[in-house]
Write a protein that binds this ligand. Structure first.
Ligand code: HEM
Length: 473
């Protein structure tokens, strides 16, 4: 253990020096690896971008890395030159957690990946039509659980994570959802998995292959969590396959090719397995983090809570995905939360499949692109008072909504955007109808993100004070 610690210290020291010794080749500074491992990740890179221009250049593990940090440069790469940037960089850790890159999010273009992508996007689009009742049911259960705490202070994040995970499980498996205890353990496992994967002591294995020969407790834990994840997912697929009359119209049914008229089927077993993992990983922590941020911001703005409640009281019945036009302030609150604190602030890395260019710089094939969505969404040239939480800005005419990119853009943008937006709208609407949000004993939550793959609000506790009898229409 001591040897590993000493080696890691030496390594970090040398990386720090490499990072400090920025190089220039006449095309502006090129930064060292440590900037990508910085605990404040996207925020730190945003500060660098503000000083050094909208395309940062870094070196990481022998590769060039570009970090576009404005809407213009991100769109130039991912929309205008989308075909050039369709790849994902391969990595040691990525391969370990994705059955050799056989998943949608980490895989690169090949016939199997294209089939998997079409099947997942098609299945989510088909499920979109029946989201309303499913989200009301899940949202009611979420509110029941919050209500069960009485007015005692609670940390909402675990509750949100369980219910976003449960939404994906209901979409995938219909009535064949696993029992709550099993699902709760699984959602906990996903959270831990992302956390351990994001740790610098584990991330460093991607950069320095030599370290892979040494024992690494973080890596051991990661592999244990991957095993838990895979056992759970495998068991659900088998349960569905042996069921004599599986529930109709589930996302898993579509992926298996069981649902009439749906595109799907023909996925190899590892690709089917990883498609389910993609939906759970993509749709659990991200949506829960956004809900957590919305609640945190609203604790700072009690008068906005009151206006939102008045807006919700003005429409009949609980808010559904079809009510977005009728509840503009709720919709604006969600947009502003996603603008100021995008849950995936550095999106996912892309990889150039061929030589291309960005912002006038020539780019060689194999270059990695890390879009800094956080920096782009706080660009003072586009947004007034960019660092202030102001949902009202989305109610004014001429809001630059096209500059909002929390789900990325182009061919690899998030396939769960519609689901996530509907879920945030219904869950936040139901919570605000039922409860007044008040700070817990620790006072108002901090609003700086905590480090990790997903940008989460630092832990906080709040009181949920009921302001409506349960389940009222
Ligand atoms: C607030 C919630 C969410 C946010 C902010 C978010 C954001 C993102 C972002 C920024 C990307 C990367 C885009 C890129 O590569 O440039 C992404 C990819 C992805 N997301 Fe989401 N996401 C959310 C919810 C969901 C949900 C609900 C699902 C599915 C149920 C999902 C599934 C995926 C998948 C599968 C990918 C990989 C797509 C690909 O590689 O082609 N996400 N998401």
């Amino acid at each position: 253990m001591a040897v590993v610690a000493v080696l890691l210290c030496l390594l970090l020291l040398s990386l720090s020096l490499a990072a400090l010794l920025r190089r220039s080749d006449g095309r502006g500074p090129r930064w060292g690896t440590l900037h990508l491992l910085h605990p404040q990740g996207a925020l730190h890179l945003s500060r660098l971008a503000r000083r050094h221009g909208p395309v940062l250049r870094l070196r990481m593990g022998g590769r060039d890395v570009l970090v576009p940090s404005s809407v213009g440069t991100i769109r130039e790469a991912l929309v205008r030159h989308w075909g050039d940037w369709l790849g994902r960089p391969t990595s040691y850790l990525g391969s370990l957690v994705s059955r050799g890159g056989r998943d949608l999010a980490l895989g690169g273009p090949c016939p199997g990946w294209r089939r998997q992508r079409g099947a997942v996007r098609g299945a989510l689009a088909r499920a979109g039509g029946r989201l309303g009742p499913l989200l009301w049911l899940q949202g009611r259960e979420l509110c029941e659980e919050l209500r069960s705490h009485g007015e005692a202070p609670l940390d909402p994040f675990e509750v949100f994570t369980f219910h976003t995970c449960s939404t994906i499980a209901r979409l995938l498996f219909g009535d064949l959802v696993p029992p709550p205890r099993e699902l709760r353990a699984f959602s906990h496992c996903l959270g831990e998995l992302l956390q351990v994967w994001g740790c610098s002591s584990v991330q460093v294995l991607d950069l320095l292959p030599l370290l892979r020969a040494l024992p690494n407790p973080g890596l051991r834990k990661l592999l244990r969590l991957v095993q838990h994840r895979d056992t759970f997912v495998e068991a659900q697929i088998q349960r569905h396959q042996v069921c004599p009359s599986p529930p109709p119209d589930t996302v898993l049914g579509t992926l298996l090719g069981h649902n009439f008229g749906a595109r799907g089927g023909g996925l190899s077993p590892p690709r089917l397995h990883m498609a389910l993992v993609d939906l759970f990983i993509g749709g659990t922590e991200t949506t829960a983090a956004a809900l957590g941020w919305a609640v945190a911001f609203l604790l700072h703005r009690p008068e906005l809570q009151a206006r939102l409640r008045a807006e919700l009281e003005g429409v009949q019945g609980p808010p559904g995905p079809g009510d977005m036009g009728r509840l503009p302030l709720l919709q604006a609150t969600i947009s502003e939360t996603l603008r100021l604190r995008p849950p995936a602030p550095l999106a996912l890395p892309h990889c150039a499949l061929r030589h291309t260019s960005l912002g006038g710089l020539p780019v060689v094939a194999g270059t990695v692109l890390v879009p800094n969505l956080l920096a782009a969404q706080q660009d003072p040239d586009i947004w007034q008072h960019p660092e202030v939480f102001l949902p009202e800005r989305f109610l004014a005419p001429g809001t630059p909504s096209r500059s909002l990119l929390p789900f990325g853009c182009g061919a690899r943008s998030c396939p769960g955007e519609g689901l996530a937006r509907a879920e945030l709208f219904v869950f936040l609407g139901l919570i605000l109808r039922e409860f007044r949000l008040e700070p817990g004993p620790g006072g108002l939550p901090g609003l700086r993100g905590s480090p990790g793959t997903v940008l989460r609000c630092p832990p906080f506790r709040l009181r949920m004070v009921p302001c409506q009898p349960p389940g009222s229409p």
